[in-house]
Write a protein that binds this ligand. Sequence first.
Ligand code: NAD
Length: 327
Amino acid sequence: MSVMVIGGAGYIGAHVVRLLQQAGEEVVVVDDLSTSVAGRVGDSPLVVLDVATPEASRALEREMRERDVDAVIHFAARKQVGESVARPLWYYEQNVGGMGNVLAAMQAAGVSRMIFSSSAAVYGIPDVDLVEEDIPKNPINPYGRTKLIGEWMLEDCARAWDLRFVALRYFNVAGSGWDDLGDPAVMNLIPMVLERLARGEAPRVFGDDYPTPDGTCIRDYVHVRDLAEAHVAALEALRAGPTPHAVYNVGTGTGASVAEVIATIGEVTGLEVTPVVEARRPGDPPRLVASPARIADDLGFRSTTGLREIVATAWSAWQAGPRRVER
Ligand SMILES: NC(=O)c1ccc[n+]([C@@H]2O[C@H](COP(=O)([O-])OP(=O)(O)OC[C@H]3O[C@@H](n4cnc5c(N)ncnc54)[C@H](O)[C@@H]3O)[C@@H](O)[C@H]2O)c1
C-alpha cells in the first residue's frame, strides 16, 4: 500500500512527503519539477509527469495500480494570483484539467481517498473576523476559482462513485520544517522581505491605510510543518472512515499584520527592516484569518507554532540555501 503525492517535490508537498517517510509510509511522488527539484523528495520514487497533459490520466492510473496506491494527496497546481489573471486559460488547463486527469485515474484504478490543496483564496474578500468554512465563497481571481472548481469536482465525484476526500483550505503558509525544505519561491511576504534584505533594499508594504489597527493587512500565518501534519491527520481520518466534513480551513485563528511580520523579521535577523510604503495592491482583503475550530473538533488538529518561530525557521532555511543574506 502506498500514498501518491502529486506535486510532492514542492514547498508544502516535500514537507508532507518527509513526514510520511518518517512515519514509515510507502510514498510515490509525481511531479513535473516545473517549480521544484528532484532532490527534495529523498528516497521515494519520483515519476516526472505533467498531470495536465492528455496522456497523464493513463500514466497515473498505471502508477496507481503498480504501486498499490490507496490515497492521493494532490498539491500540483499553479499558484500565482497575478499570473492567473494574465493567463486564465492556462490556469484552468493546469489546475482544473490536471485535477480531472487525477480523478479519472483514481476512478479507473479504484483509488478512493484524496486530500486536495485548496486555498483561502476561495473566500475572496470576506467581511468577517474569523472565516468559517460555510460562509459564501466569492473568489476574485482565476487562481481562487480553479481551487473552488476543484472542490466542486471532488463533491460531484464523491456523489457519483465511492470517492472520499478532504479539501484543506490553507491560509498563509510560511516557515520551514527542515532547512533543506524552505520555500523556493519568492511570492509570499516573508520570502519577499528576505529577498529585499538580501539585495540591501528596504522591505515593501503595499498599503498602510487599511481599516486595521496599524493600517496594514492582517493574515493568518500557519507553519508549513503544522500544515503538513494536518495532511497526515486527514489521511488517518480518511483511512478510518468518512470524515464529518469534507472541507477544512488550516490556520491558527490568530492574525498578524504585515507591519508585525516585518518587525518580527527584524528581531529574528537583527537586520534593519524599516519598510517603504507603496500603493495598495488590487484585491488584497484587509483581514483574512481562519476559524480553525472545525478541523480541531473533527480531526484533532491544531496549529500552534507562533509567528516568531515561523520567521526563525524561514530565516534559517533561507540562510542554509543559495540566497544567504550577509549581515
Ligand atoms: N504556498 C501557499 O501559501 C499556498 C496557499 C494556499 C494553497 N496553496 C496550494 O498548495 C499547493 C502546493 O503549493 P506550494 O506552495 O507547495 O507550491 P509549489 O509550486 O512549491 O509546489 C507545487 C508542486 O507541483 C508541481 N506541479 C505544478 N504543476 C504541475 C503539473 N501540471 N504536473 C505535475 N506537477 C506539477 C511543481 O513542480 C511543484 O513541485 C498548490 O496547489 C497551491 O495552490 C499554497
